[in-house]
Design a protein around this ligand. Structure first.
Ligand code: SF4
Length: 85
């Protein structure tokens, strides 16, 4: 999947959220913490949903923090700084 595909890299308000699918082990913690933002695809790896903007910034961040392999990166869209990990 292309790195710019909205399923793996997406701007959501003040965040740019990105997943490294090569790291994802399908633990689905992100799905449990932000179910409108994340779903497992048929490869059992997480992809970003179109409804991801319905999750709060806090939920998006906690989903990233909850990932056991830190596959989700959050970048501040205004400063360009990495918020997590
Ligand atoms: S929590 Fe991490 S490892 Fe689990 S499905 Fe989400 S991105 Fe993948």
């Amino acid at each position: 999947m292309d790195a710019n595909d909205p399923k793996v890299t997406r701007k959501i308000r003040k965040y740019i959220m990105r997943i490294d699918r090569s790291l994802c082990i399908g633990a689905a913690t992100c799905v449990a913490l932000a179910p409108k933002a994340w779903v497992l695809d048929k490869e059992a790896k997480a992809v970003i949903l179109d409804s991801s903007d319905q999750e709060s910034d806090e939920a998006l961040l906690s989903a990233a923090k909850g990932c056991p392999v830190a596959a989700i990166t959050i970048i501040d869209n205004e400063t360009g700084k990495q918020v997590f990990p």
